[in-house]
Design a protein around this ligand. Structure first.
Ligand code: 13P
Length: 254
């Protein structure tokens, strides 16, 4: 059985106090209401990470992650945060390659491959994001784009590294737009990703990896998406800022 994960990406939202309040609500709701063995992963801004990790300590149903990290071990990179620093405060995950980082900060597959290596080296689990733009889908290049992101971003890894990797398919046209990929469209890509992994590695690696869907996922559409064979959870933006919505999405796996 693949691990089921619902990850929240708070993006650049919530000050320190508001972040702690939201997280506290999430933990309490998860304790009261989540009956399965699915995991919530809250990916907050860096300033919250230490406190959130303390609040979640010893409670395996809720983990904490960052939204980015630098590719170097340490050094003269003013303003940057290393994977080792993130791990040192108790975070377990890091989102890498989110389309907003690719778009606004020029992050390339080549750079993301390095970030992935450094995250794994420091015992952080990457949530590696891939996905096509609307233009690419309309030009019917979406399979090519996804394949290239996989090949250049993660296919240099060893098969054993896939135990610590999570993939997230986030079509750029569905992020923050209210337009969700249909469950069929998402499943088609998830199955494609798994097929590519099986061809590069083997079926066991492909069957074992958790692949999340992200893009306007909410409590209303989560059930249909997560019912698909190859969709193992979600990466949630807007709806992760409301404890009720986020936990309701998580409870899809109850
Ligand atoms: P929305 O859920 O707001 O569309 O954001 C998705 C996302 O980018 C999660 O990383």
């Amino acid at each position: 059985m693949r691990k089921k994960i619902v990850a929240g990406n708070w993006k650049m939202n919530l000050d320190y106090t508001d972040g702690l309040s939201l997280f506290s609500e999430v933990i309490n709701m998860v304790k009261d209401e989540v009956t399965g063995d699915q995991q919530a992963v809250v990916c907050s801004p860096f300033i919250h990470l230490h406190s959130l990790a303390q609040m979640a300590k010893g409670y395996h149903k809720v983990a904490v992650g960052a939204q980015n990290a630098h590719q170097a071990e340490s050094g003269a990179y003013t303003g940057e945060i290393s994977t080792k620093m993130i791990a040192s405060v108790g975070a377990q995950y890091v989102i890498l390659g989110h389309s907003e980082r690719r778009q606004y900060f020029g992050e390339t597959n080549e750079l993301l491959a390095k970030k992935t290596d450094m995250a794994l080296k420091n015992q952080l689990k990457p949530i590696f994001c891939i996905g096509e733009t609307l233009e690419e889908r309309q030009a019917e290049k979406h399979f090519d784009v996804i394949k290239q992101q996989l090949v250049e971003g993660v296919f240099h890894l060893e098969a054993v590294d896939f135990d610590k990797l999570v993939l997230a398919y986030e079509p750029v046209w569905a992020i923050g737009t209210g337009v969700t990929a249909s469950a069929e469209q998402a499943q088609e890509i998830h199955a494609f990703i798994r097929k590519e992994i099986a061809e590069k590695y083997d079926q066991t690696v492909a069957d074992g990896i958790t692949i999340l869907y992200g893009g306007s996922c909410n409590p209303k559409n989560a059930a249909e998406l997560f019912a698909k064979e190859d969709i193992d959870g979600g990466l949630i933006g807007g709806a992760s800022l409301k404890s009720r919505d986020f936990v309701d999405i998580l409870k899809t796996f109850n």
